[in-house]
Design a protein. Structure first.
Length: 127
């Protein structure tokens, strides 16, 4: 089953790793609102490397809480990342055993995509 979960970023706060002051890495905590496919919220710890626009890379761990369009509710964790300049490198997956409620058994890929309507997770659930 494929689930398209559209979202918008509603906040971004700088973060720091204790004891690490470096110009080669940046960290942010993103807040997201999910509006279709899943209605709810997300919080992502986002780490990027590189400083030149178009050549950066990122990895993120994100907790998503919400309800699907068919009424299932819960939370789950996703890890995703890739090279900014090369969508073929973008990856993402649901971290096994992180789901709660109706999402307790969720497993599969969860990649960020973009289209004319904006950003979304393409979640391919495995049974």
């Amino acid at each position: 089953m494929t689930l398209i979960a559209r979202f918008s970023v509603t906040g971004a706060e700088p973060a720091a790793a204790q004891g690490l002051e470096a110009d080669w890495v940046g960290m942010l905590v993103f807040s997201k609102t999910f509006s279709s496919g899943i209605t709810g919220t997300g919080t992502a710890l986002f780490m990027s490397a590189g400083t030149q626009e178009g050549s950066r890379s990122y990895v993120a761990t994100e907790r998503i809480t919400g309800r699907t369009d068919d009424g299932r509710e819960g939370e789950f964790t996703v890890q995703h990342g890739g090279l900014e300049s090369d969508p073929s490198t973008w990856f993402g997956h649901i971290v096994p055993t992180t789901g709660t409620g109706d999402f307790a058994d969720w497993r599969g890929s969860a990649r960020i995509r973009h289209d004319d309507e904006g950003a979304y997770f393409e979640i391919d659930l495995q049974s």
